[in-house]
Ligand binder design. Structure first.
Ligand code: ADP
Length: 485
């Protein structure tokens, strides 16, 4: 087994904060390698050379060129992020020189060549990790979600001396399915298209390849690890995941507690911490002002920071807005997604502008202001692999109202009487994700909020939680070490 200083880990991913981000995957890939580095790993990340990645990267140095990577020339570069991440960037203009969303074209449709683009990234990851392009060689290759799931399959070609592979499922709903006619384009062994390989109902499934060919599979919470082995939660892969149960682990995500720290956050007006919550009250007024809401510290201010989709249960919320507003409460929505849900929130904001504010789009700084200024965050997901916004919220003393699924169930303790007696309640847990239970949960929030002393107690319980990466990183290191030995 390599000593602590020599354990070399290559992350392969399509997103990484602060270079390119559409969701929680970027947060994980941008934070975990830093903590692994502190714990003695040499952790590096291979990313696609999207324009925003090339722009944000520092100290870029080309070290290898690939004359023909799926139809064009590519260059491998070493670089750093402003946050200190060690990066490899695959610059391949024919594959990645596209503005905007990394997966979708301007009309919101998946790009037609996604399979080729991400197969290329995975193929280069396999070669890079085996020392093909230089001296550096990985002990572990850790790939994330369907985009990089083929890495373990490409590594098969390198024989038993290859690095060991870990594959993390951040969301089983996105499987990377493509017509089998495309197989020839991907430079994969023909025999991989079988029931024991990447074939899924006569299609190519990238995600299935990750599960089948990786040495170990993880997902991002213990509850989600159990859910994806069931018929309902398995989304067609439940049987396969059950059969791999002995190499499947559920490890809760953490958050970057430097990026998400109310005591030092430069995106909020007044810093605060558990001992001194005064700054949170000021942030609430700043948030109300930002959205043109009535500036009122006594109005319970709910928020949403999310993809606006059915997965997140946010189609349920618009019908409850009249109830929220009718009780003198307020709501701020930051997100984008399904057009119908966007429209419903925009309409609510225009109907009751002093009580509802909606921003459709993505805005990192605003997410910080909303977390700091809101009293409660609503996350009524139908399924949720881990969820990060409830973790950020708890660190900011913003009480999560969540459905009892996946990582939400694993991280939020319902503030019922017994939990409060034990000093453990941190939010409100509802089940199932439905109109009735969400409405009842908002009522409970109003009752709790009317007792300000109790509300503060729950805030302090939430802010006390360890939501850092320290413990999860140790679990990943255990998995790496077991594989290497
Ligand atoms: P997902 O399923 O989308 O990955 P997570 O809760 O795991 O959900 O992570 C979402 C991440 O994206 C969080 O860091 C959250 O703050 C951020 N986020 C989501 N929507 C927005 C938005 N509209 N603007 C800014 N940040 C957002």
């Amino acid at each position: 087994m390599p000593g602590a200083k020599t354990r070399k880990v290559l992350f392969v991913a399509s997103e990484c904060y602060p270079l390119i981000k559409t969701g929680g995957l970027a947060d994980v890939v941008g934070a975990l390698p830093l903590v692994l580095g502190d714990a003695g790993c040499d952790a590096r990340i291979l990313l696609p050379g999207f324009p925003s990645v090339l722009k944000a990267a520092r100290k870029c140095k080309a070290f290898a060129s690939i004359p023909d990577l799926f139809g064009g020339e590519a260059t491998l570069m070493e670089a750093r992020s402003t946050t200190g991440l060690k990066l490899f960037i695959l610059e391949a203009p024919h594959l990645f020189d596209l503005d905007g969303n990394p997966y979708q074209g301007p009309g919101g449709k998946d790009r037609a060549d996604n399979h080729v683009r991400f197969a290329a990234l995975s193929k280069v990851a396999a070669a890079l990790s085996t020392g093909t392009y230089g001296d550096w060689r990985a002990d572990i290759v850790h790939s994330h979600d369907w985009q990089t799931a083929l890495t373990a399959l490409y590594l098969k070609a390198y024989g038993e001396d290859r690095p060991r592979t870990v594959f993390t499922v951040h969301n089983l709903a996105f499987q990377g399915l493509f017509p089998k006619s495309q197989l020839g384009l991907l430079d994969l062994p023909q025999d991989s298209f079988s029931e024991d390989g990447l074939e899924y109902w006569d299609k190519i499934s990238f995600l299935k390849a990750g599960v089948v060919y990786s040495d170990h599979v993880t997902t991002v919470s213990p509850s989600y690890a159990a859910e994806i082995q069931s018929e309902d939660g398995g989304m067609g892969l439940g049987g396969l995941l059950r059969s791999r149960n002995n190499k499947l682990s559920g490890i809760l995500n953490g958050i970057d507690t430097d990026v998400w720290n109310p005591a030092t956050d430069t995106a909020i007006t007044a810093p605060y911490d558990r001992g001194k919550l005064g700054g949170k009250a000021k942030s609430k007024l700043a948030l109300q002002k930002h959205f043109g809401l009535r500036e009122d510290r006594d109005a319970l201010l709910f928020c949403v920071i999310s993809r606006l989709t059915e997965q997140k249960g946010l189609d349920l919320l618009p019908d409850i807005i009249p109830h929220i507003v009718g009780n003198g409460c307020q709501l701020v929505v930051l997100g984008s997604g399904d057009k119908d849900i966007e429209k419903a929130f925009l309409e609510a904001a225009s109907d009751t502008p002093e009580q509802v504010g909606t921003f459709i789009g993505y805005n990192e700084d605003l997410a910080h202001l909303v977390q700091a200024g809101a009293d409660a965050i609503i996350i009524p997901s139908r399924f949720e692999p881990c969820g990060l916004t409830q973790l950020c919220a708890m660190r900011y003393g913003t009480l999560p109202i969540v459905s009892r699924v996946g990582g939400l169930a694993d991280t939020v303790v319902d503030a019922n009487e017994a939990a409060l007696q034990a000093g453990a309640g941190t939010g409100i847990v509802l089940s199932p994700a439905s109109y009735d239970s969400l409405r009842a949960a908002t009522d409970r929030a109003m009752t709790l909020f009317s007792n300000r002393k109790l509300w503060k107690k729950i805030q302090r319980n939430a802010m006390k939680l360890d939501v850092s990466w320290t413990n999860p990183a140790a679990r990943y290191i255990d998995i790496y070490d077991n594989l290497i030995s």
